[in-house]
Design a protein. Structure first.
Lengths: 420, 420
C-alpha cells in the first residue's frame, strides 16, 4: 500500500509546496474566502500596520469571511440541523454550531420557573429548581453527542456523490458538558430496591420521553445545565437536559422536566414508532442505546478538490459510545490495504478523537476509507456487513465505513454507491 | 480542619436542600436571571408544552437571559478585556469570551493576502500563505493562554474587596488551538546549526515583536489558525498566530507575519520597556516565559453570597505553564490547614484543570484559599513569599495564592488586603 505509507525522514519542501497559489482545496477557497465580497465592504485601504485597529469588545465575533453554518434539513418545518464537520478541525464544536434535532421545536423556558420532578419508586419525591441543581457537586466532561439516525442516508446504495460530511454525518457534535450526576439526585430521593428503569420526559411540545435503565442513571448520566463553559444553549435543552455519555441523542432528553423511577420500560411513542431497528426476520432491535464505534474522513471530502498530487494529510473524526478509540486505520485503495492513522491526544472515552494520516496522492483515482476500533475490540463494519446483519429496513445506527473517491482531476465525491 | 473535610457517606438531603428558594448565589441570580426583563419581551404566555417551538436555525444563540460578557479595561481606548471566570464552569472558554490584550488594536487582515515570512539564519527563506500552512500536517491541543500581567492588581496590598475573578484574573482563557507545528516550518526552511533564537513579529499597528528561544520553536510551538474547531478569532490573531503552550500571552504573537531566525535575542521594545520583572536589587528578571503554577477559586467569590450554611462545592481553576497540575489544596481558615481538592479529568499539560471541593460552611467568617502544585513539584506561593522574592516593583507573573472572605452574612469578598 504505497500510497498510504507515511513519508520517511525529513519532510520535503518540494513535496509540500508544489503550487504557486498554495490553494489547499478549491471548494474551501470558493466557499470561505470568496463568499463575502470584501472589496465592497468598508475596509480601510491602509496597511493594518499603519492604522490603529479596533479596541477590545464585550463579545467577540467571527472574521467577516468566516461563515460556518449549521445546515437545517430540507423538510418544512425542519426538525434538525447539522454541524459543518468539513469546516471544523480539532474535536470541539462551538455551541452555536452544535447540531439540532427536535420533535416539537425549541421551547422557550424561563430558568426562574424551571423545575425538575423526580418521583415514582422513590422514598422522597422531590422537585428540584435550577438553583438546587447548581448547588450540588458538579462535573464536566468532554463528550460527543450523536443522533441515532445520523448517516442513515448512507444505508441506501445510492447516496448522492455530492454529499458533504455535514450532510452525511452532521448530526454529531462534541462539547464539554457540565452538570450534576443523576446518581446524586437519585440518592437524594432514595430509589427503592426493586426499581430498575427510569422514564425521562422533556418539557417541549413533543413531551419527548424515553425509558432509561436505572444502571445508566447511576453510572455516568448527568443532568446538564452547562455546555462549553457557559449555560446550555436553548437548542440543546436550556436550562437543563439529560446527558447520557455515548448513548443515542434522543435519550439525552432536552428541557428535562420529569424523571419517573419504575421497574419496567414505559414503552413510549419514541421507543415504539421510532428508535427501534427493524431486523430482516421481522423482529426489532429495541433499546439499542450505545452508539457503536464509527469514523469519517472530513478532509479530503466533498466539496473539496486536491489541486495537485503529493503529500496530503487525511483528517477525520472517530468516536465510540462504549469507551475510548484505540485504533483508526485508513485505506486509499477502497479497503484492500490499511495503514494505522495517528490518534491525536487527548483520546477520551465517549468523545470524538481526531485522527490524522499522511497520504501521498500519485494522481490516479483513489478510494479513501477510515475504520475505527474501540477499547472493547469492536471494529467499525463495512456497509455490506452492517446491512447484512440488520436487514434493508433498518434506519438507525448506520456506523459502517464511509468512502470518498478522489478522481484524477482531484475532485472528491462520496463514493459508497460506486464500491457497492 | 473540620469545615473543609469532605462529607462522609451518603449525601444528606437535608444538608443540601435547606432553602425554600434554592438560590445558589444572590449575585448570580441578580446578574443572570434578572438582567433581562423577560416580562417585557414577546414571550408567549402559553405553556411551552402546548405550542410548537421555533425550528432549527443556521446559527445558534444564547438564551435571552444568559449574557456572559468580557470586561474591557477602564482606560480609553482600552487595550484588554477579561473573560468572565466567575460565570463559567468546566475548562473551555467560548471563543467570543476569550480574553483580549492588544498593543495596537485588532487589525483587519484578509486571509487571501496573508503571508508569513520565515527568514534569517535559514537555508531557504520562504513565504507561506494561509493555504500553505493549512496543507501541512496539523495538530490541535487544549491549552490555556494567560497574560503575563494577569492578576497584577493583587501585587498591591489593598486590592478592592469588591473584585470578581474576572477582574482579578480574567486575562486567562482556555481553547483547543489548532495549527501547524512551528518545528515543521523550521525544518522546511532549514535552520542553520548556529541559530539559537527566533524573532516573532505581528502584523498589527504595534508590530509587536518578541524574541523566542529556538528550542521552544522546535518543541511544542504552533502557528495556530484554528480555535475551538473553527478559524481563530480576529481578536486572537486571525488568520494565524504563534501559540507557545504555557508561555506568557504576549510571546504568542498574534497576526503573525514574520519569523526571523537568529543567534541572539533581538531585545525588542516589548522585552525592554515591558515584560521584564524588576527585582529588589535593581536588576531585572528577563525572558521569564513560562507561567508558573497558579489557581483561583471561582465559586464562592465576589459578587456571590451564600444564602445559607451547609454544604457548598468550592470550584476553581488551576494551571501551570510547566506541565500538569498534580494537586490543588483548599483552605477555609486562611491557610492554617489545607485539604486536597478533587481534580477533574482530563488533567492535561499546560491546560486549565477544574478542581472541586466540598465544604461545609458553619455560618462563621471563613477565608477560602486554593494552592496548586504542578508536576515539577513547584507549589503556588503565598503573597509575602512572592513579593519577598521579587520586590515591590514587580508587575508580572503574580501567581500567588488568592483569598476570598465569606462573611457571616454569606457575602463573599476578595480578602487579600485583610490577611496581609
Amino acid at each position: 500500500m504505497d500510497s498510504a505509507d507515511p513519508p520517511r525522514g525529513r519532510l520535503s519542501r518540494r513535496a509540500w509546496l508544489t503550487t504557486t497559489s498554495g490553494v489547499v482545496a478549491a471548494g474551501l477557497v470558493g466557499t470561505r474566502f470568496d463568499a463575502v465580497d470584501l472589496s465592497a465592504r468598508q475596509v480601510p485601504a491602509q496597511d493594518p500596520r499603519s492604522i490603529p485597529g479596533r479596541p477590545p469588545s464585550e463579545l467577540g465575533s467571527r472574521a467577516p469571511g468566516e461563515r460556518p453554518r449549521r445546515l437545517p434539513g430540507p423538510q418544512v418545518p425542519s426538525s434538525s440541523s447539522r454541524s459543518p464537520l468539513h469546516e471544523l478541525d480539532g474535536i470541539i464544536t462551538p455551541a452555536d454550531l452544535h447540531f439540532e434535532r427536535h420533535h416539537g421545536g425549541v421551547p422557550e423556558i424561563r430558568p426562574d420557573g424551571y423545575e425538575l420532578l423526580v418521583h415514582g419508586m422513590v422514598d422522597r419525591p422531590t422537585v428540584f429548581t435550577l438553583s438546587d441543581l447548581r448547588r450540588f457537586p458538579a462535573v464536566s466532561r468532554l463528550a460527543f453527542l450523536e443522533c441515532s439516525g445520523n448517516g442513515n442516508g448512507t444505508l441506501r446504495r445510492d447516496p448522492s456523490p455530492e454529499s458533504t460530511p455535514q450532510e452525511i454525518d452532521g448530526l454529531l457534535s462534541t462539547s464539554e458538558w457540565l452538570g450534576v450526576p443523576l446518581s446524586t439526585l437519585l440518592r437524594e430521593v432514595g430509589v427503592r430496591p426493586t426499581a430498575s428503569w427510569l422514564l425521562a420526559e422533556g418539557g417541549d411540545a413533543a413531551l419527548l420521553a424515553r425509558s432509561i435503565p436505572l444502571a445508566k442513571g447511576m453510572d455516568d448520566a448527568l443532568v446538564a445545565y452547562g455546555q462549553n463553559g457557559e449555560a446550555t444553549r436553548p437548542e440543546q435543552g436550556y436550562p437543563a437536559r439529560l446527558f447520557l455519555p455515548g448513548w443515542e441523542g434522543n435519550t439525552n432528553v432536552k428541557w428535562l422536566r420529569r424523571i419517573e423511577v419504575s421497574d419496567r420500560p414505559t414503552m413510549t411513542r419514541e421507543e415504539t414508532s421510532r428508535y427501534t431497528d427493524p431486523l430482516a426476520d421481522g423482529t426489532a432491535r429495541q433499546f439499542s442505546f450505545a452508539m457503536d464505534a464509527k469514523s469519517i474522513i472530513t478532509f479530503p471530502s466533498f466539496p473539496y478538490a486536491l489541486p495537485d498530487r503529493g503529500w496530503w494529510e487525511v483528517r477525520g473524526l472517530a468516536w465510540s459510545g462504549r469507551g475510548r478509540i484505540t485504533r483508526v486505520e485508513v485505506s486509499a485503495d477502497g479497503g484492500r490495504s490499511w495503514a494505522d492513522a495517528r490518534l491525536q491526544d487527548p483520546v477520551l472515552p465517549k468523545c470524538t478523537t481526531r485522527f490524522r494520516h499522511l497520504w501521498r496522492w500519485n494522481g490516479s483515482q483513489a478510494f479513501l476509507m477510515s475504520r475505527a476500533t474501540d477499547e472493547t475490540g469492536y471494529v467499525q463494519p463495512m456497509w455490506d456487513m452492517l446491512v447484512g446483519a440488520r436487514g434493508a429496513g433498518t434506519s438507525y445506527h448506520a456506523n459502517h465505513v464511509r468512502t470518498w473517491k478522489v478522481a484524477r482531476t482531484g475532485e472528491v465525491t462520496f463514493a459508497q454507491g460506486e464500491l457497492a
